[in-house]
Design a protein around this ligand. Sequence first.
Ligand SMILES: [Zn+2]
Length: 233
Amino acid sequence: MPQAEVQTLAMVIDRWPFRDSDWVVLLLTPRVGMVTALARGARGSRRRFAGSLELLVLSRVRLRPPRGGGMHQVLEAEIVQGFPGFWEDLVRLETGQGLLLLSRDLLREAPVTEEVFERVREAVGRLEVAPRESAHGVLWQAALDLLACLGHPPHQDRCPHCGKTATEWEAAALGPDGVLRCGDCAGGTDRRFSARALDPGSGRWPGDRRETERLLSLWVSGILGRPWALPGH
Ligand SMILES: [Zn+2]
């Protein structure tokens, strides 16, 4: 018996051209989590999905679940909200793409709850209007939010080396293994930064854009247990 169709909000997290005129899209949704879906004719006709399967837009989609294995199928899609700010500034656009990549890889094996979806959606909205010089800070904050939501809070309660309570840390350090420790226990190859950067509300970031993105890459590598990097690192 065919499964019921699903109507849900969705954001395209990644996509690949398929055959002559189709897209295969990776969709992040609050209702069915992260799913791969085939959008027939999406590349062949501009009217068919009218921009709703672009990156960095929020859409409403109607999906037909796969029969047995395989992909969902996108039956209909329409834009709910566009984020035109991304197309006004290259740095912002790159940071937005970084957020999608981060979401794709962190959420691939995680349960995508409605809360997780909302975090990503909010982060996209904040990034769209971020000044170019602080867009990396917004990305950093979004990553902290997302990690906390997935059960990886920004830091453990205590330094794994000396046991000092995290609230007393002045500096934090991230080792090449992606494990955080207090700044006093930092080794030669660790990246040190202000411990305030771990407090999402503090508005303090570990450094400039490149340093922030390097730190984020290192951290996510530690969580995923494999090398991971934002584009350009
Ligand atoms: Zn320590």
